[in-house]
Ligand binder design. Structure first.
Ligand SMILES: Nc1ncnc2c1ncn2[C@@H]1O[C@H](COP(=O)(O)OP(=O)(O)OP(=O)(O)O)[C@@H](O)[C@H]1O
Ligand SMILES: [Mg+2]
Length: 119
């Protein structure tokens, strides 16, 4: 249900990572069905799943060290704005700055927003 948070626990080799790889479209299950809000997503690619809002974070963070915190948020938000080709010819800001600012306020990180990650 919306807002629910689950943990997955199990012994080594019981299939936790395999389940996440299946849900994220990195491998295709031989059997069974994966649904998102009642829709079958079993055979969607990671790119298609990302567009639907299904994402994954790894323990090794992939961020742009030479860019500011705010600009990193803008880059991440761009992924939900159509194709790369479309974005190249989109007008200026497209509301991404406002989206980044809303996240900065939500997570109360305004004091570091203009800091480069690897300063
Ligand atoms: N449903 C499944 N059917 C067949 N083989 C599976 C299934 N789930 C996992 N496996 C296999 O079991 C092995 C271990 O699975 P996996 O790495 O997902 O376990 P894990 O729970 O993440 O373990 P760990 O706690 O060590 O990280 C892998 O070789 C995987 O291919
Ligand atoms: Mg694992």
């Amino acid at each position: 249900m919306p807002g629910e948070i689950f943990g997955v626990i199990g012994p080594n080799g019981s299939g936790k990572t395999t389940m996440f790889n299946s849900v994220l479209g990195q491998i295709t299950p031989d059997q069974g069905r994966i649904e998102l809000n009642g829709h079958d997503i079993t055979h969607k690619s990671p790119q298609q799943l990302n567009q639907l809002g299904v994402g994954r974070t790894f323990q090794t963070l992939q961020v742009f060290g030479k860019m500011t915190v705010r600009d990193n948020l803008i880059v991440a938000a761009q992924e939900h704005q159509g194709t790369m080709f479309g974005r190249m010819f989109a007008p200026g800001d497209s509301g991404l700055g406002a989206k980044a600012d809303a996240l900065i306020d939500q997570f109360r990180i305004r004091h570091v927003a203009t800091r480069r990650l690897a300063s």
